[in-house]
Design a protein around this ligand. Structure first.
Ligand SMILES: Nc1ncnc2c1ncn2[C@@H]1O[C@H](COP(=O)(O)OP(=O)(O)O)[C@@H](O)[C@H]1O
Ligand SMILES: [Mg+2]
Length: 282
């Protein structure tokens, strides 16, 4: 059994290198394909037609869903699915899809203007978090502690954000802990508590966080299962907040990093992904 897999990404990072290393033992050939030179659109796109599957690992949040849409249309098995990527890449869409399905998510307000921002400040108690609808790696995710400084922070959104960059979510700060759940297929393969590294309030691995293995307790398994029921099976980094009322889904990363979660848990994530891709090709 063999398979030629295209890892579509802007660059080869640690994760992509691990996938390439794990592949030969599983009878797979994993090759990096630069996401900037696919020129997809033709139904039999030359740049991907010789691959048995496409793994979308673009870090750019504008590219992944677009490339997945056309790869699927060229009838090449694509991970994650275009539908899942489109849901995950937009924090508002994801929250809405999950909430409508009964999956608990944080309360939030969509802020597209100064007036919305002022109303959100009235409706939700401080401290609050303001974050872009499209974003990742913690960028521009801002902690608002004081009403008297909030509007000057919003000046940057209003004056410097363009079009979609101005759309933000404002939500309560939930400080009860964060669990990153790494899912392959439908299974929770690794879970880790993420904590801020100390120098920054955010706990993104990209910002140098601390993390340790977390138990796969039944509440976590249930919420993960509910998320996968909505998005379909795939490869996801599901971020949960722990609150007195139970776990809430903060966001789902559709091209998740896994270095932190693999080192915290000792799980051989690249091999698990390779086995899953192998199954898909059967
Ligand atoms: N409502 C919140 N309460 C507490 N911390 C938050 C909240 N929203 C975001 N954070 C912190 O900011 C980080 C980045 O926010 P997140 O929503 O995950 O966006 P990104 O896609 O940029 O990772 C989170 O990992 C968490 O540490
Ligand atoms: Mg995040």
């Amino acid at each position: 059994m063999g398979g030629r897999i295209a890892v579509v990404a802007d660059r080869i990072g640690w994760e992509e290198r691990q996938l390439m290393k794990a592949a030969p033992d599983l009878g797979l050939r994993v090759e990096w394909v630069n996401d900037e030179s696919l020129c997809l659109g033709h139904p039999d796109a030359q740049s991907i037609k010789d691959y048995d599957a496409v793994l979308i690992r673009s870090r750019s949040y504008t590219r992944g869903g677009l490339l997945a849409t056309l790869a699927e249309s060229s009838k090449i098995p694509t991970l994650n699915s275009a539908a899942a990527i489109h849901a995950c890449e937009n924090k508002l869409v994801l929250r809405t899809v999950l909430r409508d399905a009964g999956v608990p998510v944080p309360d939030f307000r969509l802020v597209v203007s100064r007036r919305d921002f002022a109303k959100a400040l009235e409706q939700l108690p401080m401290p609050l978090v303001m974050k872009p609808v499209f974003g990742g790696m913690g960028k521009r995710v801002t902690l608002l502690r004081h009403p008297d400084t909030a509007h000057s922070v919003y000046d940057y959104v209003e004056d410097l954000g363009h079009a979609f960059e101005q759309a933000c979510l404002v939500e309560p700060f939930l400080g009860g802990g964060s669990v990153r759940c790494f899912v392959v297929g439908r299974e929770l393969v690794a879970a880790a508590e993420f904590e801020s590294g100390g120098a920054d309030w955010r706990n993104n691995a990209a910002l140098g966080n601390r993390n340790r293995a977390a138990a796969h307790d039944p509440d976590i398994l249930k919420i993960v299962n509910d998320v996968v029921n909505e998005l379909g099976s795939g490869i996801y980094g599901i971020d949960l907040f722990r609150t007195p009322a139970g776990y809430l889904v903060n966001e789902v990363n559709h091209a998740p990093a896994f270095r932190a979660v693999a080192s915290a848990t000792g799980v051989d994530v690249p091999s698990v992904i390779g086995l899953y891709v192998q199954e898909l090709l059967r």
